[in-house]
Design a protein around this ligand. Structure first.
Ligand code: ADP
Length: 484
C-alpha cells in the first residue's frame, strides 16, 4: 500500500475548512527518512496565512464554545472512531514521513486517538464552584470558561499523537486552535484534520498551517493578541524563544520540552525486568522520544552485568525500514541526528568509556544507526549532560542511594525518570527525591491518556492528558453577586 494514493494524504494546508495553498504558491518537499525518497510537498506559509488562520479560529469560537459539552463530545467521539477505522493508513503515513516501525506507528495512532476520546469526556466534567459565605448579602461563584483561540506547535517524533493530545484538550474545553506541525512531518496532522472535518468538526475550529521556516509562524502565533494560549512540544531552546515572545502578549503557555531521563538500577532490582525496561525505553522510536532513558545509572556491584546483558539484547534488535517485517529500530530523522550520536559516542570513549556493542552508522547507510551500549561512562561525558535522542545507552555506575539520586538530579531537565528496586521504603524515598514530572518504578512505558504528562525545571510548564490536562485550556472567573 502506497500511502500517497490515499485520500488522507493531503498536500495542502487547512484553514477555515478549506484545503489551501500558500499565498505565493510556494511549497516545500518532505522526504522519507528511511529511503531518502521524495514523499510529497506542502505549502510554505508565513505570517499572512497564519493571521488568516487565527481570524478563522476567532470566527469559529462562539459557535464551538456555545455548544454543550455533550454536543462537542458526540462530534469528537465520531472523530475518534474515524481515526481508529483508518488506523492502518494513518500509521503508514507516520512510518513514511517519520521512520518508526509500523507496529510503533499503529500504537501511536491508538495512543493519540485515546486523547480525543478522553478529552471529549473530560469536557463534560468541567465544573465551577460555589464558595463559602464571607458575608450574608453576597454569593460568590467560580466559572470555568474556555480560554478561546489557542495555538500549538508540534514536533516530528510523534507527529500524530502530539497533534491529538493538544487538539483533543483544546476542543474538549471548548477552545479552537491553530496548529503548526513540524516541517519534517506535516502529513500526519493533515490526515487527522481531514478526518476531523468528516466527523463534523465545524470549519475554523481546527486550522493547520504548514511552513518550512517555523519562525515567522511562531512569531505570529505568540504575538497576535487574539491567541490567548500556546502549547508547544519540542526542544528547550525553541521553547525558551517562544516563552520570550509570548511574554510580550502575556500569553498562557504550556511547554513540553527536552528531557535527560535517568534510569537507575539498584542492586536489589529484578535484573531481567530492568534490562527489558531499559531496552524498551532506549530503543523505541530509535531513541527519539523526550522520555527515552538517556542515562543508565547502575549500582557498582551489578553495573558490568547489566551493561553486558543490555548490550547482548541491543545487538539482537533488527534495524531496518519501518515497513519491513520485524524491524524494531528505524532510521534517525536526519543527518544532524546521526552526527550528534557519533559525537556523543566519541566523547564518551575519549573519556574512558568502553563500547560494548554498536557505536556508529549502520551498514544500511542513510540515517540508520547501530543500537549502541557504552560501559564505564563518566559523569563529565557529553552524553550524561545532553539528551542524545538516538539509540545510544551509556552505563554509569554509582555507590549508594544518595549518590544515585544526586547523579539523576544533576541536570537542568526534569521530564521522566525511571528506577528499578524491590525495596518498598526505597521506592518511596527515591520517587519523592527525584526532581522529575514523571517517575516509572519497575516500568518504563508509562504514558497514557489518564496520566499527567509533563516536566519540571527546564523540561516544561503545564501538564497534558489526564484530568489535569484540560485545566491548561480553561480560565477561572470569579463572580461575586452582591445585594442579596
Ligand atoms: P527538534 O529539535 O525536536 O526538531 P524543535 O524545537 O526544533 O525540536 O522543533 C519542534 C517544533 O518547533 C517544530 O514544529 C519546529 O518547526 C518548531 N520550531 C522550531 N523553531 C521554531 C521557532 N523559532 N519558532 C516557532 N517554532 C519553531
Amino acid at each position: 500500500m502506497d500511502v500517497r494514493q490515499s485520500s488522507l494524504f493531503r498536500q495542502r494546508a487547512f484553514i477555515d475548512g478549506f484545503w489551501i495553498d500558500a499565498d505565493a504558491g510556494a511549497v516545500f518537499a518532505v522526504h522519507n527518512p528511511a529511503t531518502g525518497e521524495y514523499l510529497g510537498s506542502v505549502p510554505d506559509m508565513g505570517a499572512a496565512e497564519t493571521r488568516r488562520a487565527i481570524e478563522a479560529a476567532r470566527r469559529a469560537l462562539p459557535g464551538w464554545r456555545s455548544k454543550t459539552a455533550k454536543e462537542r463530545a458526540q462530534i469528537m467521539r465520531r472523530w475518534y472512531e474515524l481515526i481508529l477505522a483508518e488506523q492502518e493508513t494513518l500509521a503508514r503515513i507516520i512510518t513514511a514521513e517519520q521512520g518508526k516501525p509500523l507496529v510503533e506507528a499503529r500504537g501511536e495512532i491508538f495512543y493519540g486517538a485515546s486523547f480525543i476520546d478522553w478529552f471529549a469526556e473530560e469536557g463534560r466534567r468541567v465544573h465551577g464552584d460555589v464558595l463559602p459565605l464571607t458575608n450574608g448579602d453576597r454569593r460568590q461563584l467560580v466559572f470555568k470558561q474556555p480560554i478561546g483561540v489557542t495555538a500549538a506547535i508540534t514536533p516530528w517524533n510523534f507527529p500524530s499523537a502530539m497533534f491529538a493530545r493538544k487538539v483533543g484538550a483544546a476542543l474538549g474545553a471548548g477552545c479552537v486552535m491553530v496548529l503548526k506541525p513540524a516541517e519534517q512531518t506535516p502529513f500526519s496532522a493533515l490526515a487527522l484534520v481531514d478526518l476531523a472535518q468528516r466527523a463534523g468538526i465545524p470549519d475554523g475550529v481546527i486550522n493547520v498551517v504548514t511552513a518550512l521556516d517555523p519562525a515567522p509562524v511562531g512569531l505570529e502565533l505568540t504575538q497576535n493578541p487574539v491567541v490567548r494560549k500556546l502549547s508547544f512540544t519540542g526542544s528547550t531552546e525553541v521553547g525558551k524563544i517562544l516563552l520570550r515572545q509570548a511574554a510580550g502578549n502575556v500569553q498562557k503557555c504550556s511547554m513540553e520540552l527536552g528531557g535527560n531521563a535517568p534510569l537507575i538500577v539498584f542492586e536489589d532490582a529484578d535484573l531481567d525486568l530492568a534490562v527489558k525496561g531499559a531496552l524498551a525505553t532506549k530503543y523505541r522510536n530509535c531513541g527519539q522520544t523526550c522520555v527515552s532513558a538517556n542515562r543508565m545509572i547502575v549500582q557498582e556491584s551489578i553495573a558490568e552485568r547489566f551493561a553486558q546483558r543490555l548490550a547482548e539484547a541491543a545487538s539482537g534488535l533488527k534495524v531496518g525500514n519501518g515497513l519491513e517485517e520485524g524491524a524494531v529500530v528505524g532510521p534517525l530523522i536526519e543527518e544532524a541526528a546521526v552526527e550528534k550520536c557519533e559525537r556523543h559516542v566519541a566523547d564518551a570513549v575519549n573519556r574512558g568509556a568502553r563500547l560494548l556493542t554498536g557505536g556508529g552508522r549502520h551498514t544500511l547507510g542513510g540515517t540508520f544507526f547501530q543500537p549502541t551500549v557504552l560501559a564505564g561512562v563518566k559523569e563529565d561525558a557529553l552524553i550524561f549532560q545532553e539528551e542524545t535522542f538516538g539509540p545510544v545507552a551509556p552505563v554509569i555506575s554509582f555507590k549508594d542511594e544518595a549518590d544515585a539520586v544526586r547523579l539523576a538530579n544533576s541536570t537542568p531537565f526534569g521530564l521522566a525518570a525511571y528506577f528499578f528496586s524491590r525495596d518498598i521504603p526505597r521506592v518511596f524515598r527515591v520517587a519523592e527525591a527525584l526532581e522529575f514530572g514523571m517517575v516509572g518504578v519497575n516500568e518504563t512505558l508509562i504514558s497514557s491518556e489518564v496520566a499527567p504528562f509533563g516536566g519540571v525545571k527546564h523540561s516544561g510548564l503545564g501538564r497534558e492528558g489526564s484530568r489535569y490536562g484540560i485545566d491548561d485550556y480553561l480560565e477561572i472567573k470569579y463572580v461575586c453577586l452582591g445585594g442579596m
